[in-house]
Ligand binder design. Structure first.
Ligand code: AR6
Length: 174
């Protein structure tokens, strides 16, 4: 049974088995969560991503998928990279956002990670409205079977922490 925890802070500073990265398909780094993870974890993470691109993922990681690498110098054993969908009012892509969390939990099971730190995938540069992003994140993690014991959502600011707190209350009280 997973326990969802909500904290405000920098996801790159979390001491957990695996940190989930809000990556881009290229896996070659960017801003936001991705930038913070690569900056704090050092070049070993990018080197591992380049090896994936040279081998199993020549076209990059598809939206909604997840893949694990080393965590380099982070206080975590693994980084699980997932690619959120870009939000658009013209198409419902919420199944892809749900898939990010479901696939991240499946990869966590594959690598034996029991404690996870997760960001609000797609809620930054990719433009997903915060309340909907929080509802999808919390409900998917609560309803996806896995061996993960702690899913720690790490929210950058107080406003996002409040939105996730409401989403968790809604999800657990019905
Ligand atoms: N710790 C926790 N949360 C953070 C941090 C941090 N260090 N930094 C930002 N956030 P984003 P996306 C929050 O943009 O929307 C990158 O360039 C942020 O306020 O990191 O999935 C990638 O390379 C927001 O609430 O991810 C991709 O190209 C949430 O984390 C693209 O951005 C997600 O914001 C991915 O965009």
């Amino acid at each position: 049974m997973v326990t969802v925890r909500l904290v405000q802070g920098d996801i790159a500073a979390q001491a957990v088995d695996a940190i989930v990265n809000a990556a881009k398909s290229s896996l070659l780094g960017g801003g936001g969560v991705d930038g913070a993870i690569h900056a704090a974890g050092g070049p070993a993470i990018l080197a591992a991503c380049r090896r994936l691109r040279a081998g199993a993922l020549p076209g990059g990681l598809p939206v909604g998928e997840a893949v694990a690498t080393t965590a380099g110098r982070l206080a975590a054993k693994h980084v699980i990279h997932t690619v959120g969908p870009v939000h658009t009012p013209h198409e419902d892509r919420s199944h892809l956002l749900r898939s990010c969390y479901a696939r991240s939990l499946a990869v966590a099971d594959e690598i034996g990670a029991r404690t996870l730190a997760l960001p609000a995938v797609s809620a930054g540069a990719y433009g997903w409205p915060a309340r909907d992003a929080a509802d999808i994140a919390v409900t998917t993690v609560l309803t996806t079977p896995s061996s993960v014991t702690e899913a720690r959502f790490v929210l950058f600011d107080q406003a996002m922490l409040r939105i996730f707190t409401e989403a968790l209350e809604n999800a657990t009280t019905g």
